[in-house]
Design a protein around this ligand. Structure first.
Ligand code: F0G
Length: 458
């Protein structure tokens, strides 16, 4: 495919430096083969995450200058509230410092000990915030999502048969709520269809279950609905978003992705009871309910970015830049999760490094090898991220053992994508020479952030 033309021009640049081969070798060892522990200045192209890494527009930067830093009643909060109402259709907003702050409030309010939370796969911080109040997150995504080769257009869909089984096995009272993630991160940035959301709403109505979204990447999800679902070909993205949200009882939201900002989050709902409870809790954990851990200027940037990030031409370029990288890799037979998703390309580490055992952490190994080859920073999304089973304490080895090449929004050029593809293709050609890792330090919570590894003999 042709690289997609950017719907913007560049006004400010930040120089980046490609470290020498010798420094790269040393840096990844100093970091214990954990790309989270690399120094940013040792990285040439940073594809660790799409979270908080976007380039803001001139309009957003202008908004930063009208930050109203009042402790209470900042006008930027009301601009944010209005943007959430216009774009997502929720009238109540509780601001938080980032997405996990919203998860903390929402899940602490909704989850009681021994309850389950069915979800389309899981996300690391979401899973933990269900576990802290004594609950357990259980998987209800369609089987196709666990197969990297399957070309299902909506691999984020929830499986209603699995949902029925949870209701039958546990009983409705044991289900805290149903959690639905948009453009499922851990599945490869795969969308949920409108049809699935509609049917799930009916199911939840039948059992009086609350349906709460992780709407973090909902604008990119809405783009896929427009691209793939019959009847939405010409529907404005905002209309698609509002219909999606209309099936929910509320959302938690990390603004650091689709809102094109560097920090921020919120929860939003039309349910007065959820709103009142979480608005009360926010003052304990985050800050007053009109800033929730964000500066006024940051709320203004979120408000503007939420609107900007729904522009069709922008979303088209965004999704196609990710696709462009994916197509270059597929042409060279590099194993990736298909179809390519919204925010990242996921390499299938089990196929890339078939000579390694699961206990040698293939995805962690591959992320380290990519850095050493090209100073491109990627992220492990496999067994290290999944962590241990809460009850047995054993390592859990999920079907997907992936390395995520996450594309920051509006930051890198298509030439950067070409550089990245050629490094990975080069590595794929010499994959048999890559030795596995052993974990030598393991923190208790969210171990992937801080764990350390050493190389094992080949
Ligand atoms: N939900 C999803 C689906 C996420 O991807 C993230 C963050 C969060 C919640 C938490 O939000 O970081 O603002 O506290 N994902 C980042 C990532 C960290 O790299 O995928 P946060």
């Amino acid at each position: 495919m042709q690289p997609p033309a950017e719907p913007f021009k560049i006004k400010v640049v930040e120089p980046v430096n490609l470290p020498s081969e010798e420094r790269r070798k040393e840096a990844i060892r100093e970091a214990g083969f954990n790309t989270f522990l690399l120094l940013s200045e040792d990285v040439y192209i940073d594809l660790l995450t799409d979270s908080g890494t976007a380039a803001m527009s001139d309009n957003q930067w202008a908004g930063m200058m009208i930050g109203d830093e009042a402790y209470a009643g900042s006008k930027n909060f009301y601009n944010l509230e209005k943007a959430v109402l216009d774009v997502l259709g929720y009238k109540y907003v509780v601001p938080t410092h980032q997405g996990r702050g919203a998860e903390h409030l929402m899940f602490q309010h909704l989850v009681k000990p021994n309850q389950i939370v069915p979800r389309n796969m899981y996300f690391t911080t979401s899973k933990l915030h269900v576990e802290i109040p004594g609950g357990k997150m259980v998987d209800a995504i369609i089987d196709e999502a666990h197969d990297p080769e399957n070309l299902h257009p909506f691999k984020g869909d929830m499986d209603l048969n699995k949902m029925q089984k949870y209701v039958d096995d546990y009983g409705v009272e044991k289900i805290a709520f149903v959690s639905v993630e948009m453009n499922v991160n851990m599945a490869g940035g795969q969308p949920v269809s409108m049809d699935n959301l509609r049917k799930l709403r009916e199911f939840c109505n039948d059992y009086k279950l609350k349906m709460i979204y992780d709407a973090t990447r909902s604008s990119e999800n809405a783009y896929f609905i427009r691209e793939r679902e019959t009847g939405y070909e010409d529907t404005p993205i905002i209309e698609i978003l509002r219909e999606m949200m209309s099936y929910s009882d509320g959302s938690v939201y990390s603004s650091k992705k689709d809102c094109l900002v560097n920090i921020g989050g919120f929860l939003a709902t039309n349910d007065k009871e959820i709103f009142e409870a979480t608005r009360n809790m926010v003052v304990i954990y985050e800050g007053l309910h009109t800033y929730g851990g964000m500066a006024g200027r940051d709320m203004e940037a979120v408000a503007r970015g939420l609107r900007e990030g729904t522009q069709y031409e922008y979303l088209k370029y965004r999704v196609n830049q990710v696709r462009y990288l994916g197509e270059m890799l597929m042409e060279a037979n590099v194993p990736i999760v298909k179809p390519t998703g919204g925010h990242a390309i996921f390499l299938n580490a089990l196929k890339f490094l078939p000579h390694l055992e699961r206990e040698q952490w293939p995805a962690q190994t591959l992320a380290g090898a990519i850095y050493e080859d090209s100073a491109v920073r990627a992220m492990e999304r496999g067994a290290v991220s999944k962590g241990r089973d809460k009850e047995t304490g054993e390592n859990v080895f999920p079907a997907l053992e992936l390395v995520r090449l996450t594309i920051p929004r509006r930051v890198y050029t298509n030439t950067h994508m070409e550089y990245t593809a050629s490094s990975i293709i080069n590595l794929y050609e010499k994959r048999n020479t890559i030795p596995g890792l052993k974990m030598v330090y393991e923190p208790k919570y969210l171990r992937f952030f801080q764990a350390k590894f050493e190389q094992m003999p080949l």
